[in-house]
Design a protein around this ligand. Sequence first.
Ligand code: 5HY
Length: 242
Amino acid sequence: MRLHLINPNSSASMTATIARAAQRVAAPGTEIIGCTPADGPASIESHFDDAVAAVGVCEEIRRGETAGADAYVIACFGDPGLHAARELTRAPVIGIAQAAFALASMVATRFSVVTTLQRTVIMSEHLLHAYGYAAQCRRVRAAEIPVLELEDGAACMGRLVDEARRARDEDGIGAIVLGCAGMADLTAELGQAVGLPVVDGVTAAVKLAESMHQLGLGTSKFGDYATPPAKVFAGRFGHFSS
Ligand code: 5HY
């Protein structure tokens, strides 16, 4: 299967790191295609970044439909453009936040999220409520690490371990969810250091996408995920017209 792994920020080096982590857990026969939108923010750390990145995600879905993608993963913890993306394809589209919450809720009755910047905490909290996992999540914590600093994982490990240990010791939880795609390649080491199950959304989403593809489960075209109504888009969005 062709799995298009969309990194909604425009940092190609981060896409490469995420794709490596995904390929490590992919089944034989799963081809991971890392996709980086041509237009968009270098990292997503605000509501504005998220809004702009959502358009880039939709562009990558349209590109994937032409290229014959079998499934998509949106590899940013804000799941930017997830619902819009699902309208544009029959293939499964998995957001890494939704995937991580789902798996964490199956390994522990309570989990905490360790994310990047304090200002993004509310974005994760909004998703927890939207997806129905707010009751299982004790706390969303910020390690105060800008997204692009994660490119040097070794330099960030100390702060991540400290925050994860605080979550373990203070939140009454059984698992930790990593709140950024850029943390995907740090999962095993963090798990070792904290001694709790650590759930990374990128690898969780890859395995869910493979399962859905194997089950023949795609995005429903009945209801709000139906193909958007044809219309004219003005200006630089003219190419969306149909
Ligand atoms: C991510 N931002 O996974 C999110 C993390 C965050 O560019 N990739 C980003 O801080 O919300």
